[in-house]
Design a protein around this ligand. Structure first.
Ligand code: SF4
Length: 394
């Protein structure tokens, strides 16, 4: 196959992912539901929800990450003070404008007060829909937090199963875990390729591929990534003189696509990040043969990734970040957080202190999902990249 043919394959896959990204009215979910009356969709907010349980109940888990820069906020602003991040405004806008009508229920994971309050608003705004505040454990002892989380998983299984008419049996749940294991494997391969040869996997393409997983059925998403992984090494892409950066802080409200493009144009290859973090919150394979509830509980309590809204029981977040920077051979770190994001911004001093001690260059800036001006960020990231190229430090 010629490089042009492989590049056109990649273009087609990325176009499909981009169309899904732009689908802020969830038309793809409506089409999926339209194929059978018993099909239901459950929306979940950042960061992580146990999609296997929703899938095993016969429903489609749909990630709701806000409207980005594609949605004009008409009523959403009136629900929040000015010192609150942007994501809940666009989510409320989506709700009151009917864009979320395709959802039959919603999960609001316990990551911050904003998401908690949003779950209460949804109970009032969309009365009659299933709305569950998913109280994720902050205690990781299997007898305490683990048992608590198991109860949460069963509650979700019962509620979604009641909507679809499909009971979540152990065998169905094992089947769903196996499908999501395939997806985890594909995402890990994508991450590895991006870390090893970042010029093959531009950040915008990588990001769009991850986002597609929040709308597509899991098997279709795995196939999308696998096809990309097969085609992209033969698409004739060449390395540029960019520095390698690791990004932290973008785990909930997502940066606009143009911001990601700006970082790359400023001379940064992103080799690790926390975008769309729920898609890879448990990076390893879960047991497909034993008790599937235990597999999910242990996945969360023992193997989930570290992030700002998760209690750092061992108090090693700073050290872990330094180790990761070294493992992915990053030249520096971009601490980019949504404006007014308490969890991300409260973590930053601790992360900065660990980076300082380790002599790792970093820079920080804030964004919101509808940021439209990138000149300042381009200059900041460009100067950061140039300083590292010239002197090895920022
Ligand atoms: S962006 Fe930060 S503050 Fe806003 S909802 Fe997400 S975690 Fe909460």
């Amino acid at each position: 196959m010629s490089t042009a043919t492989e590049q056109s394959k990649v273009d087609a896959l990325v176009s499909r992912a981009q169309a899904l990204y732009e689908d802020v009215s969830f038309e793809s979910v409506r089409r999926w539901k339209g194929q059978s009356e018993c099909r239901k969709a459950i929306g979940f907010l950042p960061i992580y929800a146990p999609r296997e349980v929703i899938h095993a109940a016969g429903a489609l888990p749909v990630g709701i990450l806000g409207g980005g820069d594609q949605l004009e906020i008409v009523r959403g602003d009136s629900f929040f003070q000015s010192y609150i991040c942007h994501l809940p405004r666009s989510v409320v806008e989506m709700a009151v404008s009917g864009r979320l009508d395709a959802m039959d229920g919603f999960l609001f994971p316990s990551i911050c007060d904003v998401i908690r309050n949003l779950s209460g608003m949804f109970q009032m705004l969309l009365a009659g829909k299933y709305v569950h505040y998913l109280d994720l454990p902050q205690n990781f002892d299997s007898e305490l937090g683990g048992e608590f989380y198991r109860t949460e998983l069963h509650a979700i299984a019962d509620a979604v199963g009641a909507l679809t008419g499909t009971r979540v049996t152990d065998s169905r749940l094992r089947g769903s875990i196996a499908l999501y294991n395939q997806n985890r494997r594909a995402i890990q391969e994508l991450l590895q390729l991006r870390t090893e040869q970042p010029w093959l996997v531009p950040t915008t393409e990588y990001y769009l591929l991850l986002r597609a997983g929040y709308l597509l059925p899991v098997d279709q998403h795995t196939a999308l990534i696998d096809e990309y992984l097969q085609a992209v090494p033969h698409a004739g892409r060449r390395p540029l003189d960019n520095i390698r950066v690791l990004i932290r802080g973008a785990f909930c409200e997502q940066p606009p696509l143009a911001l990601l493009r700006t970082l790359e144009r400023a001379g940064c290859y992103v080799v690790d990040d926390d975008f769309v973090l729920g898609s890879r919150f448990i990076p390893r394979q879960l047991d497909e043969t034993g008790d599937p509830w235990t597999a999910l509980v242990e996945g969360f309590t023992r193997h989930s990734v570290s992030t700002a809204s998760k209690y750092d029981e061992a108090n090693t977040k700073g050290e872990d970040l330094v180790s990761l920077v070294r493992a992915v051979r990053a030249d520096g770190v971009l601490l980019m957080a949504p404006s007014f994001c308490d969890p991300a911004l409260l973590d930053q001093p601790m992360l900065q202190s660990a980076l300082d001690k380790a002599g790792i260059p970093f820079t920080s800036f804030k964004y919101s999902e509808d940021t439209g001006q990138f000149q300042v960020i381009r200059e900041q990231a460009g100067t950061f990249a140039d300083a590292i190229k010239l002197w090895g430090k920022a």
